[in-house]
Structure formats: C-alpha cells, structure tokens
Design a protein around this ligand. Structure first.
Ligand code: AMP
Length: 299
C-alpha cells in the first residue's frame, strides 16, 4: 500500500491540467505566499483535514470570491484526536481532493507529512480559551488544544489575509476567533454557513463511515435541530421543554448515545435555561460507531 508521502509524490508528478500546485514543506508554502504578497496579491487560507466535500468547497469559493490566491491545507492533525478516536481510520483521499480543488480553481495545496508539522522534540501547545471548555471540550479532552495549536501554526506558516472556517464546527470557530484575537493573529477569520445534503444531513468527511441504515438514522440530528428552531419561532422559550423534545426525536430514530443536546449563548456557549434569541442549538451524537455534530442558530 502506498504511504501518504509516496502518494503525495506520485500525485505531484502527474498533475491534471487544472491541478493546483502541491507543496509539502513549510518553507515552500511560506515562500509561495510571500512571493504572491510581494506581487500585491491577497491570500485566502482554507484549513482542512481532506476527504473534501461540498462543505469544504464552499469555503474555497468564499476565498476565491474575496482573495486573489486561494491556498488549501490538507493535514489530518494527530494532536486533535483522542487515543480512542478515529485518527488512523480517518479518510485520506488526496488524489481525489486535488482533482476537486483543481476544478474549483485553487492555486496552492499544502499537504505536509506529520513530521513537517510536529518534528522530533515538538512540545509547545496553545492553551485554548474558555469557550473551548464546554460541549466538545468536555467530551473530547485535549481536542481544542490540538486544534488551536495546529491552526496557530498554520497562521504562522501561511501569513494569509483571510482564513475561512465552517459553522459546521461552531465551537471550533469560536475557539479560533478568540485565539486569533487574544494572540494578535493578523489573519481575518470568516465563518461560512453549513452545507447540507438535500435531505438535511450536514456534510462531513465522517459521513462515509455510515451504512445505509445509519445514514437514515443520522437525519434525526438535523430534524431535532429544526424542531428546536420551530419551537422557538412558535414562542416556546423553556430550554428544558425544547431539549426534551429534541432528545425524543433522536431516541425515536434509535440514537441512544447522545453526548449533548445544548441550547447555548452564541458567543460564550453558556447553557440557557430560558431562550434569549439569538441562541445556538447544538448536538453531538453517536450513530453506530460514528460521532456526528451539527448545530443551528435560533433567531
Ligand atoms: P475538516 O476537514 O472537517 O477539519 O473541516 C475543514 C473546514 O471545513 C472546517 O472549517 C469545517 O468547519 C468546514 N466544514 C466541514 N463541513 C462543513 C459543512 N458541511 N459546511 C460548511 N463547512 C464545513
């Protein structure tokens, strides 16, 4: 089986006509960005873990609309996965990703090997902000420490004007915004809307883990969020009542392992007992062996 590095090399040797420039070292990508900046071009950065879908491509399109040069990073970041999580089986589809990014007009793809980002002796981490503590933070200890660390490293390696993230990982977007502000990052942060499948399932690289039955079950997550939005629109403001109904939707679909169903303040993610709009509804639940997250804003 080809290693990740040999796959990169092979793809690099035979790029398609519209293939983006593939770089694998920090030095190369930094030089590419500095050269573009020297020519007066603005730089848009889209950090990803690959296995790209329309959600990722929507970030690319946002960058292309606003910036002169769009740079996508593909790196499955080991430090944001817990020991029992899916790091080793996380889908890696570099060749297909490069083709899709080429069709979208991406200029440069940075796909480093693990040692390029975490060389021997690496031992400095970002202590993430308070908003990293609840929800994902309590279910996935160390997750946001890994996220904040790799994203800050990417901001340093790639001095972009704007970086694009998805609302799909809502808490992550808050963590990154706060970190960028607190640590004087010069890159502007944009958060783009969630892209969904036609039936409502939020697109995710992890959806490929779902079998046909689980794929059906998973729809209960967006259904549950829609129910919360409807209830609030109709004047229900008691969070306990809404959350009970949301949990019922999940249970009715056979989703029994629910990490959280939360109704929380959009900036702090503090749980609300009485809904004060705007608020966020957020769910993390296991469908079979796949952990999925989704959220929606309640207006
Ligand atoms: P990932 O590859 O899962 O780390 O995601 C890379 C970026 O794409 C993150 O900023 C995600 O929030 C964003 N993203 C993932 N799924 C979606 C989606 N369905 N809609 C919009 N953005 C997404």
């Amino acid at each position: 089986m080809a290693t990740y590095q040999s796959q990169i090399t092979a793809d690099h040797k035979s790029p398609g006509r519209a293939a983006p420039r593939l770089v694998t070292t920090c030095k190369e990508v930094y030089n590419a960005v500095i050269a573009a900046r020297a020519n007066g071009r603005s730089i848009g950065l889209v950090p990803t873990m690959g296995a790209l879908h329309e959600g990722h491509l929507s970030l690319v399109r946002a960058s292309r609309a606003e910036c002169d040069l769009t740079l996508v990073t593909i790196f499955v970041n080991p430090t944001q996965f817990g020991p029992q999580e899916d790091f080793s089986r996380y889908p890696r589809t570099l060749e297909k990703d490069l083709q899709g990014l080429g069709r979208c007009g991406v200029d440069v793809v940075f796909a480093p090997a693990k040692d390029e980002i975490y060389p021997a002796g690496f031992s400095t981490y970002v202590d993430p902000p308070k908003v990293a503590e609840p929800l994902e933070g309590s279910c996935r200890p160390g997750h946001f420490r890994g996220v904040a660390t790799v994203v800050l490293k990417l901001f340093n390696i790639i001095p972009a004007d704007v970086a694009y993230f998805g609302q799909k990982d809502y808490q992550q977007s808050l963590v990154i915004r706060r970190m960028a502000q607190d640590l004087n990052v010069r890159t502007d942060i944009r958060v783009c809307p969630i892209v969904r499948e036609p039936d409502g399932l939020a697109m995710s690289s992890r959806n490929v883990y779902l079998n046909a039955d689980e794929r059906q079950q998973a729809l209960a997550i967006s259904r549950s969020l829609n129910l919360a939005a409807d209830m609030v629109r109709q004047g229900e403001l008691d969070a306990a009542v809404i959350k009970a109904k949301m949990r019922q939707v999940l249970a009715d679909a056979g989703i029994t392992r629910v990490d959280y169903v939360a109704l929380a303040a959009p900036e702090t993610l503090e749980e609300m007992s009485r809904i004060d709009v705007p608020a966020m509804a957020l769910i993390a639940a296991h469908v079979g062996n796949t952990r999925l997250i989704d959220n929606c804003r309640l207006e």
